[in-house]
Design a protein around this ligand. Structure first.
Ligand code: PGA
Length: 257
């Protein structure tokens, strides 16, 4: 991590937790992270729990995120949620382009780009996810895949847009598998992404953009991953469902500042 970037630890709860369970988890998490400064903490519950969770985060530093967002203001888009609907619930971040959306729901870079831009236009910060599959890594295509996803997902972004965004590098082979990238593997791709952002925008802008690592992050490996110079936080799935475990990840970010 680097002092010019505030670390961001986000919990992606995926399709877990009823509204009642979500309340219990966030109440416990509030205690775990009370008094921790200089780390941005975000939770992304399922849509059905956003309202309940937003009511108990009003007096908290923990920020609320959604797991996706649609690009239209409203309309006949069954199953989708508009940016303003999230804003109404005090949502500040929206994950876009998660590999599970890409893999299981056919989301494309062009769609991710529309979602990210709509988020930005409505004052939500997108967490733009990219990452290669195992066959692609084995074939030496990691950088090519990441470039293609970033070029597509960030098309038309201004400098202000990228500064409001967070990039999440999540190698697909590390998600939910218990097999995280090594700190060196993560750093290598993060540095590559920053270099690419430097070419697309400019190096000073790229130096301010936060790049999270995601994929089997847990309390036991977080400190090592977060100690890398270009790893500015974590997007945490499974381990974010437990207040103590997630709280410990947040604490390891603080320890690395
Ligand atoms: P995981 O998920 O931490 O369970 O591997 C990460 C993610 O999908 O964002």
């Amino acid at each position: 991590m680097n002092p010019q970037r505030k670390p961001i630890i986000a919990g992606n709860w995926k399709m877990y937790k009823s509204a009642a369970d979500a309340l219990a988890l966030v109440n416990a998490l509030k205690k775990e992270v009370a008094g921790i400064e200089n780390v941005e903490v975000v939770v992304c519950p399922p849509y059905t729990a956003l309202y309940a969770v937003s009511t108990i985060l009003q007096d908290s530093e923990i920020k609320l995120g959604a797991q996706n967002v649609h690009w239209e203001k409203e309309g006949a888009f069954t199953g989708e949620i508009a940016p303003a609907m999230l804003k109404e619930l005090f949502v500040r971040y929206a994950i876009v382009g998660h590999s599970e959306r890409r893999q299981f729901f056919g989301e494309t870079d062009a769609g991710v780009n529309k979602r990210a831009k709509a988020a930005l236009a409505n004052g939500l910060r997108p967490i733009v996810c990219v990452g290669e599959m195992l066959q692609q890594r084995d074939a030496g295509m990691t950088q090519a895949v990441v470039i293609e996803q970033l070029e597509g997902s960030l098309a038309g972004f201004s400098k202000d847009d990228i500064l409001e965004s967070v990039i999440a590098y999540e190698p697909v082979w590390a998600i939910g598998t218990g097999r995280n990238a090594t700190p060196q593997q993560a750093q290598e791709v993060h540095a590559f992404i920053r270099e690419m952002l430097g070419r697309t925008f400019d190096p000073a802008t790229a130096a301010k953009v936060r790049i999270q690592y995601g994929g089997s992050v847990k309390a036991a490996n977080a400190a090592d991953l977060l100690s890398q110079p270009d790893v500015d936080g974590a997007l945490v799935g499974g381990a974010s469902l437990d207040a103590k475990g997630f709280g410990d990840i947040v604490k390891s970010a603080r320890g690395n500042i």
